[in-house]
Write a protein that binds this ligand. Sequence first.
Ligand SMILES: Cc1cc2nc3c(=O)[nH]c(=O)nc-3n(C[C@H](O)[C@H](O)[C@H](O)COP(=O)(O)OP(=O)(O)OC[C@H]3O[C@@H](n4cnc5c(N)ncnc54)[C@H](O)[C@@H]3O)c2cc1C
Length: 626
Amino acid sequence: MKHVISLLLCVALLFTMPVCALADMNLAAGTYEGTGTGFQGPIKVSVTVSDSAIESINVLEHSETDGISDPAFEKIPAAIIEHQSIAVDAIAGCTYSSQGLLDAVKAALLSAGATEEMISRPIAAQSAGELETQTADVVIIGAGGAGLTAAVEVLRAGGSVLVVEKMAAVGGNTIAAGSALNAAGTEIQKTGTMAASGVEAIEEKLALEPRSEAMQRWQASIRKDLDAYLASGSNQVFDTPDLHKLQTYVDGDYVGKPELIEILCDHAPQALTFLEELGMSWRPQITTAVGATWSRSHQPANVFGGAGSDFVLPQYEFVKAHGGVVALEHKAEELIMEDGRVVGVKGFTSNGTPFEYRANKGVILATGGFSANVEMRMRYNKYWANLDETVPTSNQPCATGDGIVMAEAIGASLYGMEWIQMVPTGDASLNASIANEMYINAQGNRFVAEDERRDVLSGAILAQPGSFCWKVSSAYQAWDIQGGYDYKGNAIESHVQNGKAVVADTLDDLAAAMGVDAANLKAVAEAFDKAVTGEVPDALGRKVFEYKMDKGPYYATKSYAKVHHTMGGVEINANCEVLDTQGNVIPGIYACGEVTGGIHGANRLGGNAIADIIVFGQIAGQNVMK
Ligand SMILES: Cc1cc2nc3c(=O)[nH]c(=O)nc-3n(C[C@H](O)[C@H](O)[C@H](O)COP(=O)(O)OP(=O)(O)OC[C@H]3O[C@@H](n4cnc5c(N)ncnc54)[C@H](O)[C@@H]3O)c2cc1C
């Protein structure tokens, strides 16, 4: 989404900033424009200077992600004017946006006749304050999707809530999410159709030997519902919460706990209505997130912003409007235990001020996963050949596993820590669905069934020459379904302009732009089309199809395997109470979201994490108040 900032905001900035002229600043008074490069593309500013001071900074245009980049745009111009220097710190969590903004201001100031030395004066570090103390009914650690969902439930139950968040903005990984929430049996899902190969996929799961009483029960109920569906002659996507459970359990290699999977899949449809009640809405089409293996991924209509904003900002607005307190730049470091019960949390603010927050009813851990913590992922990984610092992550820098460390320090049990997910993630995020995508290697061939699990997809990509693939989609996906925008709300064409995607009207021209063999690419597209109609089964065993690859313009973007999700974490029971290593509840402490383990097993289905954080966020918030 390209943002053109309103003049009103610029004027407000001009009048509210205190400006002190500096003797060594020697500028040609006037207004100058400058451009820097942020995460999503150019950031353009205009800077007004007098002959001895930086007077105002106006951000004219940027394409950065709402929510994630907000702190950079709010804080950096003010800090530059206050200190009359561009040597201000980048904001943690939006370093690319910060750097792009700083580069843009620098370019404008250089045009005004400044020298690097003149505008880079060092800034004194802020000193730490006195101990901050506060008490609320519930203290929540982490203002991502799970934490803020829990906060909504605490407030609805009449409690007071204090959320501590270490970053300068709320949202965590949730605000960066690819926009898919899995839920079975919704009205939106009924808009989707299913190829005959879909029935084969279900039959394969029904033929499996049951590994638990729950699995046997799910298989029996699906058998009954599937028979009724086949008798009806319907071509709608077949789905039930029990099929969702079976796929979550089996594709998680039976490592997930059936009692938690049961809750996740039964409650997932209500996660949609929970968010709707807070003001968000859904796109009318159903999609299939990468690694979802089934067409049950619901995408937000981007009411609150791009990417995953709709999964976390509705809760944030509710929390602010109902008296909840969110303390930003407060990093929790230790849980306070008294007489065997967790009664609060200690930590430090970003300027080193200590804080101690106490909770009358309980503390909820909602600190997310540890994909961005190289030391932790290397310590626990047993599956991938290498997860060192050379392996990129799709995660925000906040995902460092702090909650797991704090919980372990008070004797909590950890579950499934070795299961770390990699996912094919591109230079550009054209699309959050695989239904209309082909994965193409450097030779122009498909090499994996794109509806496979994420570990299979990532492993297959790592095995290709150069360890990358191209994700290729047609006009059906880019235009008919997405209306020319990626799932974050950016124009797809902007990725082409930024060099992150290629486009062509024909497959011949697309192959040339990708640098792959055109004959191979056309042959795989032809075979793909036959599999869509069911004329010939897919040679790679793919079952999820929607449209043929017969309509240009075609788009392709490069994709790599990145560390994406950590399935393991703090062990909880069905009430989100944290368990110790003997299986006993530790009083006063709850956990929800990616910080927990035991729901997704050895492999998470794409789209199941957003369902997880809403469902278990609600449960944690409700139970801490009981
Ligand atoms: C790029 C991307 C796309 C994704 N797309 C999807 C998708 O489409 N569908 C899907 O189901 N899943 C998706 N996922 C996974 C999903 O987004 C996450 O699993 C989920 O959002 C985690 O939510 P959470 O609330 O548990 O953690 P987060 O949203 O990460 O929130 C945790 C919060 O805790 C804060 N915190 C951490 N430590 C501390 C501390 N010590 N003190 C104070 N605060 C702390 C963090 O700063 C953060 O704000 C995606 C993940 C990524 C990275």
